[in-house]
Design a protein around this ligand. Sequence first.
Ligand code: NOJ
Length: 533
Amino acid sequence: MRDRAVPGWLSDAVIYQIYPQSFADSDGDGIGDLPGVLARLDHLSWLGVNVIWFNPLFASPFGDAGYDVSDYFTIAPRYGTEQDLIALVKAARERGIRVMLDLVPGHTSDRHAWFRASADDPGDDRYIWSETRPSEEWVPSTGARQGFYLPNFYPVQPALNFGYARMNPDEPWRRPVDAPGPAANRAALREIIAYWLDLGVSGFRVDMAFSLVKDDPERRETARLWNDVRAWLDTEYPDCALLAEWGDPKTSVPAGFHADFFLHAVGPVWRSLWGNAEGSHRPEWGTDPCFFAPDGRGSPKRFLAAWDEARDAIGGAGHVALPTANHDFSRLVCGSRTASMVAPAFAFLLTWPSLPTIYYGDEIGMRYVPGLPDKEGSQCGPEARQGSRTPMQWDASPNAGFSTAPAGALYLPIDPDPDRPTVEAQRAAPGSLLHQVRALITARRTTPALGTSGTLRVVHDGYPLIYVRGGTHLVVINPRQATATAPLPQDLGMSEAHCLVGGDGVKLGPGGEVSADGFSYGVYRIPQACPAT
Ligand code: NOJ
């Protein structure tokens, strides 16, 4: 595992996630589309990101916003055509930007032809069927076949059958991982991956990647499945990458993925950083304070421990991706954390050795919009995911420049706040969040020490957080409202520190102490090499 290569472009990536429904609408139907993205590529190029990850673009009845695929080989007409995707991939590559799609391997829509066939044929085992109803979760057949099927998420998302890791005489519906249905599903998975890679995309974010083989202790069979896919990719498509939605990089990277995300819903690690228990939130996630919060009651220690653990397990074989937010959870700007408070989070994101992943609109401080109705399955129990899915705010024109449709016809309403940020206004304001994010991206992309390969030495693990990258760059982050101070080790040669980005409100004292005003950050070049620990 440790000698597996990761494509260089991934190791150097600054990823930008586009929720296609909400980014840019070119045809005035109120829903974003691929030509709309094409017309806005210059924003991304100016910003400096070099990988786009799209949420699912495939044909779907949109019972779960496209995570219920009805045809893996067709672009959903509302987003455009295959030709539009090809044109976008080409135009993006001309700007040095790669495109990744979203692969949903664990389930289809209940309207997928595979499922319709399975629901009519008692001999078909591409999905998981039981003649009796094992629990309330199982869904009654909608076809000629009698019985119940296992969903993977919503009832409209039947689980594809990749088999069970172990048999159980009390559960006669279990099939081994090499039964005909599971074998057909594995073959189809490769076919889908190859189809889109052949059209020029660079890889996939893989939805619920952990979920394929059922009753799989330690996910051993699921890992075997992905490692097989990876071995095939390494031979056939060595320049492509798979990014897991697994939430446990120390398990998923050894299972074959090039990278995995720290995620809100999988343990407290991501939440301990910037999950502030506001916006889209489940009570069971608790209300522990997070580090990036104005009241300064959090700590980076939980994150740092998880980081060390993941890094040790992964070695150089892959990466941990760190998202500002995504379509499933609250944006950085949410509730009590306002747009004027989030620049330090970007400074952290873009100087930490993880893969930075910016959710569209976070670069201007778009907020989580509370109180919106369900849209295409966005309301998931207490999680109001729609608040993070509102249209991109481009300018001061109607619908914030997102669409020419009547306001009532938009996919979701524009943030009604009269002071909502826009790309246009922030581009015109030199100190804006957008300009700060851009400067941080530039610093990361032009300074290898700040990237995934630079060493890391944490020198203060509280407020402020202070660390040295690559032995040559010092980073100071104060995400709380109150000023924070800390001493610096003697060996850092701070007297000749040169500020690369930020630095407003940060003072480096002659005696080696740091004082950082509320919500300040600074990235410094320091002359003296210092060892990583
Ligand atoms: C995770 C996706 O991010 C989410 O949006 C979706 O609802 C579920 N997987 C089911 O596919």
